[in-house]
Design a protein around this ligand. Structure first.
Ligand code: GAR
Length: 197
């Protein structure tokens, strides 16, 4: 059984999808052992508490440097003996030193079909704003390994979602989460935990 550490910054619907998948048996080769949030206000921390999972807050604002921020995150990951890291709505770019430590053990969910609408500056709602501005008719989500290139690691899974005529970024974001992210992220977590990728 792999120990999973989930890094979050906000609402935590992807964290919830992982916790639900654990309960329903979609994830059976791993277990979330800690949730680390970069914001004390993140609702994701409440989701962790409700599930009885330890939540740790490492706020970037409380750290004097990025090094300290990452050292504190690494410290929490070691304390809970984490094998696998899932970035589930984690809104910070990690350094190449941090990424190297967890090579092939860290995955991210991104709310577009990479290589569209990804890389530095494309996160959260901005991704959906860009997709609508471009006028794409299909978008989706991607789960990929994290490497030193933002959203550039090997793709594990993708799922397409239709864009509708009257979509706002908020409406599209919700559809992409429900129809793609919340489905492929737990599946990818299980594959990684079961050593199948
Ligand atoms: C999700 O759509 C996730 O894919 C995105 O932020 C949202 C977090 O929602 N992540 C990124 O944009 C990272 N580049 P959640 O907190 O409800 O899971």
């Amino acid at each position: 059984m792999k120990k999973i550490g989930v890094l979050v910054s906000g609402g935590g619907t992807n964290l919830q999808a992982i916790l639900d998948a654990q309960n329903s048996g979609i994830i059976k080769s791993g277990k979330v052992s800690v949730v680390i949030s970069s914001s004390a206000k993140a609702y994701a921390l409440e989701r962790a508490a409700k599930a009885g999972i330890p939540g740790v807050c490492v706020s970037r604002k409380d750290c004097v440097s990025k090094e300290e921020f990452e050292e504190r995150i690494s410290g929490a990951l070691s304390e809970y003996e984490v094998d696998i890291i899932v970035l589930a709505g984690f809104m910070h770019i990690l350094s190449s030193d941090f990424i190297a430590k967890y090579k092939n053990r860290m995955i991210n969910v991104h709310p577009s079909l990479i290589p569209s609408f990804c890389g530095d500056g494309f996160y959260g709602l901005k991704v959906h704003e860009a997709a609508l501005a471009k006028g794409v008719k299909v978008t989706g989500a991607t789960v990929h390994f994290v490497n030193e290139i933002t959203d550039g690691g090997k793709i594990i899974m993708q799922k397409a979602v239709c864009v509708k005529e009257d979509d706002t970024p908020e409406i599209l974001q919700k559809r992409v989460m429900k129809e793609a992210e919340h489905i492929i992220l737990p599946q990818a977590v299980e594959l990684l935990c079961a050593d199948k990728i």
